[in-house]
Design a protein around this ligand. Structure first.
Ligand code: ADP
Length: 261
């Protein structure tokens, strides 16, 4: 709980700062983009110059995506939870995820027969899952297997990254599992810190896992990472089971896990 509080305070102050910077940065990029596009019209026929401008425009575009991500992070939109069928969430994302993963990596989806409903913000859940899948892909430059799994579970297992223990209670688990590089203990312990990244400048923002962590936390769920260098990583999100009407299922209810493992 202490770590969660520390994380929340840090996220808030960083969010304020980042929001201002990202906003100004975006305005600057727009000036650049406009000027570059204008220049492009003036250098028609000069292939070398045209290519330089195209390169600059691509860099501006990348900067734009980065500042959009920072702005989304800074705003931390309030959650709009709705009752979801986890299976439908994955089905609707299937094509997007496959495209993100590419052909070099084996992609599989594992889903129990009847996952319980959860009450979660669908857009943000999708965003988080996509980020986790991209992380898993990036961890497997030489290929491997990427598994997205949904299962009903009667308990949340402990982990090392947050030093959190096991918790009893009915949850739906969303897991993104890869057979990639894994993380050293040192990386694992910092992985959820905002802006912590081991990726080259311009490729990683270091916001993916911290946003995932914050989202799950805000949704009343639990976030767990298990990782072993050379073996791979499993990121697991656990959301409390709810009824079809959206009411939380009492944690005192006897554990039933007919649909999952
Ligand atoms: P980013 O992906 O932009 O670096 P994240 O917050 O998503 O930001 O991840 C932070 C760091 O955690 C990554 O730079 C990487 O070192 C590590 N990491 C995250 N996911 C994985 C994974 N599936 N396998 C190995 N390392 C990972």
């Amino acid at each position: 709980a202490e770590m969660a509080l520390r994380q929340a305070q840090k996220l808030e102050s960083i969010g304020k700062l980042t929001g201002g910077v990202a906003h100004d940065f975006n305005n600057i990029l727009q000036v650049l983009q406009g000027s570059l596009q204008l220049l492009q019209g003036h250098v028609r026929g000069n292939e070398a110059a045209g290519q330089r401008i195209a390169t600059a425009l691509r860099a501006v575009e990348r900067g734009g995506r980065l500042s959009a991500q920072l702005l989304a992070f800074a705003r931390r939109q309030p959650l709009q939870p709705a009752v979801l069928d986890p299976r439908l969430v994955l089905e609707s994302m299937d094509e997007l995820l496959r495209r993100a993963v590419g052909d070099e990596i084996a992609f599989q989806v594992v889903c129990g027969a009847a996952p319980w409903p959860v009450s979660v913000d669908k857009d943000q859940l999708e965003n988080v899952l996509l980020n986790l899948v991209i992380n898993a892909r990036d961890a497997m430059p030489g290929g491997g297997t990427l598994t997205v799994e949904i299962a009903n579970v009667a308990r949340v297992d402990g982990d090392l990254a947050s030093h959190a223990g096991s918790i009893a209670g009915e949850h739906v688990m969303f897991a993104v599992v890869d057979t990639g590089t894994g993380m050293t203990r040192e990386v694992l312990e910092q992985a959820c810190e905002p802006f912590f990244t081991t990726k080259p400048v311009g490729e990683g923002t270091g916001l993916g896992l911290s946003m995932a962590y914050g989202f799950v936390q805000q949704s009343g769920g639990h976030f767990r990472i298990a990782s072993e260098p050379g073996k791979g990583t499993a990121v697991r999100l656990y959301f409390p089971r709810c009824t079809e009407a959206g009411a939380p299922v009492s944690p005192a209810a006897p554990p039933r896990c007919e649909g999952g493992s």
